[in-house]
Design a protein. Structure first.
Length: 141
């Protein structure tokens, strides 16, 4: 599925037979893409979810206030398609490493807050004199 308009235009998600509900409704702001049997649909998702895939989708973005994409993006987007066995191998490998990538991204996302707290504590120590307290004790005037 691909969001077709608004602030999240181009955002993609993958829904398969493991979807926890028997029925679902999709509104007019989402494209539902279905692939043929000769294409592993999750490979299509991984490509469209990648930076290159997002760029391909957003290359078709039109409008300003509430812009979006139309069905034309499908014919303008070329997805590299290896043989079926290679598709299966690629998807299996990506399925294996994606949880690790997500965990690393989660840890990386915490770094700005850690750096901010560190800067604040250094600034506080500098302003209160604690930063140079030992040095001043060792080097009296």
């Amino acid at each position: 599925m691909i969001v077709k308009d608004g602030a999240t235009t181009g955002k993609t998600s993958f829904v398969d037979f493991n979807f926890p509900y028997k029925k679902a409704v999709v509104n007019e702001h989402v494209f539902v893409l279905k692939t043929s049997k000769s294409i592993i649909s999750k490979l299509t998702f991984y490509f469209l979810w990648s930076e290159r895939g997002k760029a391909n989708i957003l290359a078709n973005f039109q409008g300003s206030a509430q812009g979006g994409i139309n069905r034309q993006f499908i014919t303008n987007t070329i997805i590299p398609l290896p043989p079926l066995n290679e598709q299966k191998r690629i998807v299996a490998k990506l399925d294996q490493i994606m949880p690790r990538i997500a965990a690393v991204k989660e840890r990386l996302d915490k770094i700005p807050a850690i750096v901010k707290r560190f800067r604040q504590s250094v600034l506080t120590a500098a302003v209160t004199g604690k930063l140079t307290e030992k040095w001043r004790a060792e080097h009296p005037p």
